[in-house]
Design a protein around this ligand. Sequence first.
Ligand code: C5P
Length: 401
Amino acid sequence: MESAPGIKAVSLADKKIILGVSGGIAAYKAAELCRLLIKAGADVRVVMTAAAQQFVTPLTFQALSGKPVLTSLWDAASGDGMEHIHLSRDADLLLVAPASADFLAKLAHGRADDLLSTLCLARACTLAVAPAMNREMWAAAPTRRNLEQLQLDGVSVLGPAAGEQACGETGLGRMLEPGEILAALPGVLNAGPLAGKRVLITAGPTFEPIDPVRGLTNLSSGKMGYAVARAAAEAGAEVCLVSGPTCLDTPAGVRRIGVQSAADMRRAVLAELPSDVFIAVAAVADYRVNAAAPQKIKKSTDGMTLHLVANPDILAEVAALPDAPFCVGFAAETERLAEHAEAKRRKKRLPLLVGNLAQDTLGEDTAELVLFDDRGQHRLPRADKLTQARHLIRHLVNQLN
Ligand code: C5P
């Protein structure tokens, strides 16, 4: 099983998982997911809808799971005919992957006209869905409404991802890759080293308005903050990501609150407290325009002066609270990294600060990091940001313990 380096891999060995497969071309990826779940030690029972069987045969899943695949509510061989009750009573997780637009609609309305939808309604276990559909179907108003309802009903929604689709179009709607779904399961099952912990994360740039069409921002892509959110969710935390404007997908199992300015970000962060951990990855603008113009400023041949005032330091404010969470800061420097980073850590009184050289990291997919804590410096040689985020979470877990 893919796991954070050094983080105790959350075993799926004792987990009973029902893998529901609904009708979509991504059903072929569910075969790989089934294999990965088995490899991770899970006890997997596959349930297929009639439409799913048009894409992949039950025999494929039977061969992979080593058990007969369940396809009908009306199977005379299933004893008392209460399979939909027994199965879900026994399971730790009901995972529907792929979950088609039609299946999500059924779930949102509590329909129960086949074995899989009946199981979902009769379940006494966690339900997670990995949607897969064409981008227009994903964006359609009814799907949006259904998704909102499912989230209100406590269903974990994993993905979807953006990319090329089977129909030839490109956009949001692809099912997450099987490995990504697997990595999100400890979070869904609330079983990692951060299980039961609330982790609040800021990410991305802020946008400080000058007038209704212009503003001050910076080059932060949000990639590091989103990777940290994903790694924290994988470790089982309940993750809230307060994000400035980015074009990144929200990681599986993470609740995202979109904000624009530093003031918005501060408000959202304070509203999400208390939290066990606060990780401030955002590149918050240090200054904002004193009074943004209510109407578009007209061009003139004269120069222009903007009066800037300092923004509140969100991290310093949270770290100074009497019941402060465990606070982690980031420092992007262009020179004398150790000196500046350690000075910031002491000034903001942080147990842990992550330093990096801004010119090496901004917008990149990889980063070289140095962790600063009371015991000294810990260098993380260059690696992709998700790997670095997992290292950071491992370090944080050790410090918390
Ligand atoms: O900008 P600076 O280098 O001081 O940022 C260090 C840390 O403080 C980062 O973790 C950043 O997210 C946080 N910060 C903040 N609010 C600010 C400025 C920085 O939370 N206004």
